[in-house]
Design a protein around this ligand. Structure first.
Ligand code: 16G
Ligand code: MG
Length: 550
């Protein structure tokens, strides 16, 4: 094919018309909105994925249909680039343009213009691997996506119903198959085997830990978690909760990682399972976020979020690197966002290089690539650890001079295998955490004691136009609307250990306010006062002003 198969595209495109009233945007997490309005987007993404593959010389591109932690009625779609990372930023704009072409004719015209401008050689092959989560809107959306593949004659592999991180793993495994960078066997089974084999080696000889409770958010993670439970057996006793992927309405409802993080409380469904001192964790709806928590002796809930995971994991890796005699050659660094708790930033900066970047996995991932070992986590539980190619070579080739060094290197090599380096992966991260807890003989309480979280509060403000909010300094300061940051600064100064920032959401039509302070009541008050300022500034309807905004 050296020109676009215009007729084939036209016939199929007519079956997936764009709803005239809707405007779509490829945002931080791809296209995401109500599942029943995404039909045309899916069809067009199918074609775009094929073009992306052609542009990259026939490398396999991933397509994931999911809306993650969002309500069950939502759905979404995102593209995965050949090494398993997020779609290159420039193509987000192309995706948005194509998705918004008002008619079949306009879509064809935009497509032809794009192929020309991006210099896509249509004679190249195109390969895609795709998957979906358990949402009820998934099958119909996948059918629309498949029409897109058909229109461009894409060689498409259906990975079925699986987690977002497994799809990322598959993309990387397919593209590296048979090369020196081979990532793993390109199947779900290959993924489970790779990770669980390394996990078992890492915990061999350690005393068996009490069962870990996993809240699967009634989502797609339940399936992979059950596979892990089976394969791991006594190496990690697991109790699965919230595994119902068929009852309508239960996905992410009163459970899951986002519920735990935003509500800062125990999912009610876990109350009868969790005993004081026992640790548990929650996945989100597509299993790329992880939250740990435990109840103390008094039954009080304690959350161990992405920041606590980063601190635990980074400290352990640094220890192993030292024990291996590699501290001069392998530098460990951390990447966080403005949402990182001030307590964690203080703890980590006293020990390691820490970089703060804007929200969104692509920013964290790219920044982490600059370290030999880059540990990145968002407070919301999304994150992973990246080992640079050079670091992996050093680990493979280093000649240890003592048995202790040799053990440390073997542990590091196995840790690389446990971690899904393509993207944050709740299940792989969970096993990494379990390795560290087993090695350190930590329970939840001991882990939690690494540092103390500052009380914090997140508030949403609905404004007429969130695009007037512009930030700098990794979203920690506002440059627009003018004058607003100075008012926030004046306020923050009045609070002990106070910090607050305002940023427009990348996934919802709202502005988010984050505040923290030494005591709970002050963190709440600061958040509501900043929210009040934001609300007043934007000319939003005063009669709609939420009562708690001070
Ligand atoms: C998306 C991002 C997540 C980010 C969140 C922020 C990816 C894969 N996911 O879920 O990293 O924390 O958006 O949402 O990049 P917000 O912009 O609405 O606050
Ligand atoms: Mg998710």
């Amino acid at each position: 094919m050296s020109t676009l198969p215009v007729e084939a595209i036209r016939v199929l495109a007519d079956r997936h018309p764009k709803p005239s009233s809707l405007k779509f945007q490829y945002g931080t997490a791809g296209f995401r909105t109500l599942g029943n309005s995404l039909d045309s987007v899916m069809f067009r993404v199918g074609i775009l994925a094929g073009l992306r593959s052609k542009k990259l010389d026939g490398k396999t591109i991933g397509v994931m249909v999911t809306a993650s932690h969002n309500p069950e009625a939502d759905n979404g779609v995102k593209l995965v680039d050949p090494r398993g990372e997020m779609l290159e930023a420039a193509w987000e704009g192309h995706a948005t343009v194509l998705a918004n072409a008002p008619s079949t004719d306009a879509f064809l015209e935009a497509l032809e213009g794009f192929v020309k401008a991006a210099k896509i050689d249509l004679s190249k092959p195109s390969k895609v691997v795709y998957a979906r989560d358990t949402r009820p809107s998934g099958p119909a959306l996948v059918a629309a996506l498949e029409d897109g593949f058909k229109a461009l004659n894409v060689d498409a592999r259906n990975a079925g119903v699986t987690t977002t991180p497994i799809l990322h793993y598959l993309v990387r495994s397919i593209n590296t198959k048979g090369t020196k960078d081979a990532y793993g066997e390109d199947s779900e089974e290959g993924y489970i085997n790779k990770i669980s084999t390394a996990f078992k080696k890492l915990v061999a000889g350690k005393p068996a830990s009490p069962p870990l409770i996993i809240d699967c958010a009634n989502g797609v993670g339940a399936k992979a978690a059950a596979e892990f439970a089976k394969v791991l057996g006594d190496a990690l006793p697991i109790t699965l909760v919230n595994t119902d992927t068929t009852t309508p309405g239960v996905l992410n409802h009163q459970c899951g990682a986002d519920f735990v993080k935003t509500q800062q409380k125990l999912p009610p469904s876990l109350a009868s399972h969790l005993k004081p001192g026992q640790r548990a964790c929650s996945l989100d709806g597509d299993a790329d976020r992880l939250m740990y928590f435990y109840l103390d002796e008094r039954g009080q809930f304690h959350m161990l979020d992405g920041d606590k995971i980063a601190a635990l994991v980074a400290a352990f890796i640094v220890e192993l690197v030292k024990a291996a005699g590699l501290e001069e050659k392998v530098r460990v660094g951390i990447v966080q966002t403005a949402y990182a708790n001030g307590g964690s930033t203080k703890y980590l900066t006293e020990r390691l290089p820490v970089k703060c970047v804007p929200t969104g996995v692509k920013h964290l991932h790219h920044a982490a690539e600059h370290y030999d070992v880059g540990v990145y986590f968002e407070a919301n539980g999304h994150g992973t650890v990246l080992f640079s190619p050079e670091t992996q070579r050093i680990l493979a080739e280093h000649q240890p001079s003592t048995p202790a060094q040799s053990t440390a290197i073997t542990h590091l090599i196995n840790i690389v295998q446990v971690i899904n380096q393509t993207v944050g992966d709740a299940l792989s991260d969970m096993l990494l955490v379990e390795v560290v807890l087993a090695h350190k003989s930590y329970n939840g309480y001991e882990w939690d004691s690494l540092y103390e979280d500052l009380p914090n509060r997140l508030v949403k403000v609905v404004v007429p136009d969130r695009t007037i909010f512009k930030t700098e300094d990794a979203e920690r300061r506002l440059v627009s609307p003018p004058g607003l940051q100075a008012r926030i600064d004046d306020l923050v100064r009045k609070y002990a250990s106070g910090r607050a920032f305002v940023r427009p959401s990348g996934t919802e039509d709202v502005v988010r306010v984050y505040a923290e302070a030494r005591v709970r009541a002050q963190a709440d008050e600061l958040a509501f006062r900043v929210a009040g300022i934001v609300y007043d500034e934007t000319g939003a309807d005063p009669t709609q002003r939420p009562a708690e905004f001070l």
